[in-house]
Design a binder for this molecule. Structure first.
Ligand code: CP
Ligand code: NVA
Length: 317
């Protein structure tokens, strides 16, 4: 049986912990083998990318396999031929598909018809590899905190900005792992209600006196006392026509020194990147001492190597 990673909800808590363990071992060099020797990952991109493309391709190379990049114009997914046919053809030649699409339904359709694992490299609904890399980064950070190693479940993560794909995957992952998450967004830009519902239902800490997942329309209230302040673009890829309207709606939601001062002292600043400096985040915060954005970017490579190893090895044809 092949296994996909289309949504964070495709993974159980145990599977996530196994991926994090393997990530740590591969990253530290404790495991140095090439389990994907002779295997090929096809990468379909409907949108631009720096991190996702480079980390998946580098990851495959380091694991002994190879990756093929298909740009939007190469296959014109769903236009030149049906998504279903692309999935079925690739399944005859390759060992895995990674897809970055506009509609989430396109990744779902690829996974429905492919007989090889399908990994979501960002859709308009989710960005699961990003969230996994981010929570692995936080796990490393809390473990290395001088004199204060603590479990990630003690953390409160404030996400300030659009209730978008990145926010959705973080919500679902924080839900499964039992981490408190406070979303601060303007009215009308909340995460999807079904994602909030799933994240709340899966959170094992629902008995806690403070609700595990909360939504605020005041950024200062959302950030108050948090250990992590996370933000992302106000306008995601595919929403370019709404850019001006969004700039107005999100003005109060910029992560700047004033907003950051409401979080715990030394709170970590996170961003999936690319950053729009001067919009959702100021330069001094993005490049400042509390920023861990490059650790997040680096860990995309390590966590995806563990995902690739897990899915491509266990779904052997
Ligand atoms: N964070 C992220 O997915 O970056 P890219 O869009 O560059 O792949
Ligand atoms: N929310 C952003 C993330 C980019 C990595 C987008 O979808 O464009």
């Amino acid at each position: 049986m092949k296994k996909d990673l289309v949504s964070i909800t495709d993974l159980t808590k145990i599977e996530i912990e196994k991926i994090f363990d393997l990530t740590a071992k591969q990253k530290s060099g404790e495991i140095l083998d090439t389990p994907l020797k002779g295997k090929t990952l096809t990468m379909i991109f409907e949108k631009p990318s720096l991190r996702t493309r480079v980390t998946f391709e580098t990851g495959m190379t380091q694991l002994g396999g190879s990756a093929i990049y298909l740009s939007p114009s190469d296959i014109q997914l769903g236009k030149r031929e049906r998504v279903k046919d692309v999935a079925r053809n690739l399944s005859r030649w390759c060992d895995g598909i990674m897809a970055r699409t506009f509609a989430h339904e396109t990744v779902v359709e690829l996974s429905r018809h492919a007989t090889i694992p399908v990994i979501n490299g960002l859709s308009d609904r989710e960005h699961p590899c990003q969230a996994l890399g981010d929570l692995f980064t936080l796990k490393e950070k809390v473990a290395r905190k001088p004199n204060h190693p603590s479990p990630i479940t003690d953390l409160t993560l404030a996400y300030v900005g659009d209730g978008n794909n990145v926010c959705h995957s973080l919500l679902l992952l924080c839900g499964i792992l039992g981490i408190q998450m406070r979303v601060g967004c303007p009215e009308g830009y909340e995460p999807d209600s079904d994602i909030l519902e799933k994240a709340r239902q899966s959170n094992p800490n629902t008995q806690h006196p403070i609700p595990s997942i909360q939504v605020f329309h005041d950024p200062f209230e959302a950030v108050e006392g948090s250990d992590v302040v996370y933000t992302d673009a106000w306008t995601s890829m595919g929403q370019e026509e709404e850019a001006e309207e969004r700039k107005d709606a999100f003005q109060r939601f910029q992560v700047n020194p004033q907003l950051l001062s409401k979080a715990k002292q030394g709170a970590w600043v996170m961003h999936c990147l690319p950053a729009h400096v001067g919009e959702e985040i100021t330069e001094e915060v993005l490049d400042g001492p509390q920023s861990i954005v490059l650790d997040q970017a680096e860990n995309r490579l390590h966590v995806q190597k563990a995902i690739l190893t897990t899915l491509l090895k266990t779904s052997e044809k």
